[in-house]
Design a protein around this ligand. Structure first.
Ligand code: GFB
Length: 333
């Protein structure tokens, strides 16, 4: 028995491809679709379908007769990894986006949902950031490669919508966290990276733990299950060539995040801020009024979400594996 919610765009017999289903975002969408009783999901590992291979992606769409696509596959990483591998980030994300969007158009996908990211807005955008701020100023240099590729994907969807009438729409999620995140100490985003560091400090009885940057940047965080519900809402009822921001509309400083993390993980020592590490963009909280007007609201507070993510990480042994074995290549935004 699935949860109760009436769907009209997504039909229960539809073939739904979730690209990147093993990652943070894709796995949350699969959990949510499954809980609503959608069983005709098409899921492919990287070994089964290389999204960088245009011919393989075209063959896949021709053979599988896909109705709906959630594009959660992307090469992603936290601030340090992103800034040091910009060639890989621009190339892989351009290829993944172009291959999927073009093949979906060619083989008559009914609707496609593409994921951008709040970090692709200009570095100094008005706060909260409205959708109109896209391409209105210079980008944050630490993730310019990633941002250019994601902007291209978003614009491809818009242009395929206007030129060919393809219902390809996008969402612009804020920083997300949750199960199946990447807990690598250096490659990860701030929540899993910090969680790992605090966990190891607490378990090892360390007197202090180091947090990157000055602690003053502000970030907005959304639990992946809340995002998944928003993604289904947008897939159901947003039909315009464009995109919608998805976030909580509220942010905290990295310093506040660190104190909440200490509470969740049970770390009682000193927190040291290492200002030799990059801060990144000073602030990027989203204006979420448009997505909220579709009837969606986030349900999970930051502290509750951090507890859920920590429970998941402990249960999945996410901290005890060697860092290299935890590197996930296609985990969503
Ligand atoms: O999640 P994060 O790496 O990405 O967060 P961005 C970076 C912020 O957290 C910076 C601080 O201010 C860091 O100084 N920070 C503190 C840490 N401790 C840590 C830690 O242990 N690990 C990490 N990673 N940061 C990303 C983009 O920007 O936003 C990506 O680079 C992506 O492209 C993502 O799209 C959503 O929010 O700065």
């Amino acid at each position: 028995m699935g949860s109760l919610r009436v769907f009209s765009t997504l039909t229960h017999d539809a073939r739904i491809f979730v690209a990147g289903h093993k990652g943070l975002v894709g796995s949350a969408i699969v959990r949510r679709l499954t809980s609503y009783g959608f069983s005709n999901l098409v899921l492919k590992t990287r070994a089964e379908l290389d999204l960088l291979d245009q011919a393989a992606v075209r063959d896949f769409f021709r053979e599988e007769k896909i109705d709906f696509v959630f594009v959660c596959a992307a090469k992603v990483g936290g601030i340090l990894h992103n800034s040091r591998h910009q060639a890989d980030f621009i190339y892989e994300n351009l290829m993944i986006s172009a291959n999927i969007i073009q093949a979906a158009a060619l083989y008559d996908v009914k609707k496609l949902l593409y994921l951008g990211s709040s970090c692709i807005y200009p570095k100094f955008s008005p706060q909260p950031i409205p959708e109109e701020a896209l391409l209105s100023g210079p980008l944050e240099p630490t993730n310019e490669g990633y941002a250019i590729a994601k902007i291209a994907g978003l614009k491809m969807c818009e242009k395929f919508y206007t030129q060919y009438g393809k219902c390809f729409v996008s969402v612009m999620p804020t920083n997300m966290y949750g199960p199946n995140d990447n807990f690598h100490p250096d490659h990860s985003h701030v929540i899993p990276g910090m969680m790992r560091r605090f966990h190891e400090a607490a378990r090892g009885g360390a007197s202090s733990v180091t947090v990157w940057g000055t602690g003053s940047p502000r970030r907005e965080f959304l639990y992946s299950d809340d995002f998944a519900e928003a993604a289904l809402t947008v897939m159901e009822s947003y039909n315009e060539p464009g995109f919608l921001n998805v976030g909580t509309g509220e942010d905290v400083t990295i310093c506040e995040l660190a104190f909440t993390m200490a509470k969740v993980v049970g770390f009682k020592g000193e927190i040291i801020f290492d200002s030799s590490k990059p801060d990144g963009t000073p602030r990027k909280v989203l204006d979420v009024s448009k997505v909220k007007s579709l009837g969606w609201e986030p349900q999970i507070s930051l502290e509750v979400g951090l507890r859920l993510a920590y429970e998941w990480a402990l249960g999945a042994d996410a901290f005890s594996l060697s860092p290299e074995s935890r590197v996930v290549q296609v985990p969503g935004v």
